[in-house]
Design a protein around this ligand. Structure first.
Ligand SMILES: NC(=O)c1ccc[n+]([C@@H]2O[C@H](COP(=O)([O-])OP(=O)(O)OC[C@H]3O[C@@H](n4cnc5c(N)ncnc54)[C@H](OP(=O)(O)O)[C@@H]3O)[C@@H](O)[C@H]2O)c1
Length: 257
């Protein structure tokens, strides 16, 4: 299986690094872009090629350039995409818009996130009507190498993007706040960071591995009248859930603008 990338920027690099980390052979990864591809090829020992070669030699082609470049980059290469499994990561570009440019490609709209680089990504995918069952499986296998996969209707992509795409930034903000609070209460910064990261990791894995909801775990940790309950009450008094909800709403609505 050969994987072609058109575009060699942040997202392509995150995905390519994730594939290599997962064990994909570097000679099975082909990348094409005006300038960055050559350096990336040298750095990661992958193959750099022109656009036509990349499309023709790949079993699966990832579109990883900027959304506004869709028509200009691909117009002269439309014929090469006939029946090609083509996975777009172009944020906000619908399957209908993709088909207008590549009418005969087997198109998948996807939204990976930055954590793909360490195989902990969270990706949404939507298949076009003409993608064969075999290519649907290939797409799922491809993204499973980078993390977890969620098949979603396109109209849910904006909400997915707010939580899985922008969400890491909000989680980093929460981590930053916990570290700062630890330092303000006497920990050195490195110790505060170590403790915070392991606490988030452990809490997330506890939720994944147990049948309990977040609310149940909150009640298990916070015994009545205890210090954790006092902290949770303080969060509630300051409308913590509403603050998060508003951040997600603003993100979703911003993307509509
Ligand atoms: N960054 C994210 O976290 C993220 C998350 C989800 C989706 N996305 C989507 O991913 C796509 C890429 O985003 P990015 O952050 O990776 O952007 P980026 O870092 O700016 O990369 C854009 C890439 O497009 C390449 N390019 C420009 N003209 C080209 C051409 N004629 N042929 C082939 N490649 C060409 C550029 O190549 P040169 O460097 O050689 O000029 C560059 O490598 C966007 O559509 C974005 O919506 C990004």
């Amino acid at each position: 299986m050969k994987y072609g990338f058109i575009g060699a920027g942040n997202m392509a690099q995150a995905m390519i690094k994730g594939l290599i980390k997962n064990g994909v052979a570097t000679h099975d990864i082909i990348v094409s872009s005006p300038s960055s591809a050559t350096k990336l090829s040298n750095d990661l020992d992958i193959v750099a090629a022109d656009l036509t070669t990349t499309i023709e030699q790949s079993d699966l082609v990832v579109l990883a350039f900027l959304p506004k470049q869709l028509a200009t980059i691909l117009t002269d290469h439309v014929a090469h995409f006939k029946d090609k499994l083509t996975i777009s990561v172009l944020a906000g570009v619908t399957l209908t818009q993709l088909h207008q440019v590549l009418p005969d490609a087997q198109l998948v709209r996807s939204l990976p996130n930055v954590n793909s680089t360490i195989n902990q990504g969270c990706t949404a995918i939507a298949f076009s009507h003409n993608v064969t069952v075999d290519n649907q499986q290939k797409t799922t296998q491809f993204y499973t190498k980078l993390g977890t996969v969620n098949v979603l209707p396109e109209e849910q992509f904006l909400t997915f993007s707010a939580i899985a795409g922008s969400g890491p930034a909000y989680v980093f903000n929460f981590i930053d706040a916990l570290i700062a609070a630890g330092v303000a209460n006497g920990l050195d910064a490195q110790t505060a960071q170590n403790i915070t990261l392991q606490t988030l990791l452990g809490s997330s894995q506890m939720l994944q591995q147990s049948q309990r909801s977040p609310q149940e775990w909150m009640n298990i940790v916070a015994s009545p009248g205890g210090s954790t309950r006092a902290g949770l009450d303080s969060l509630t008094a300051q409308h913590f859930n509403n603050v998060i909800k508003q951040a997600i709403d603003v993100t979703v609505n911003h993307k509509h603008a």
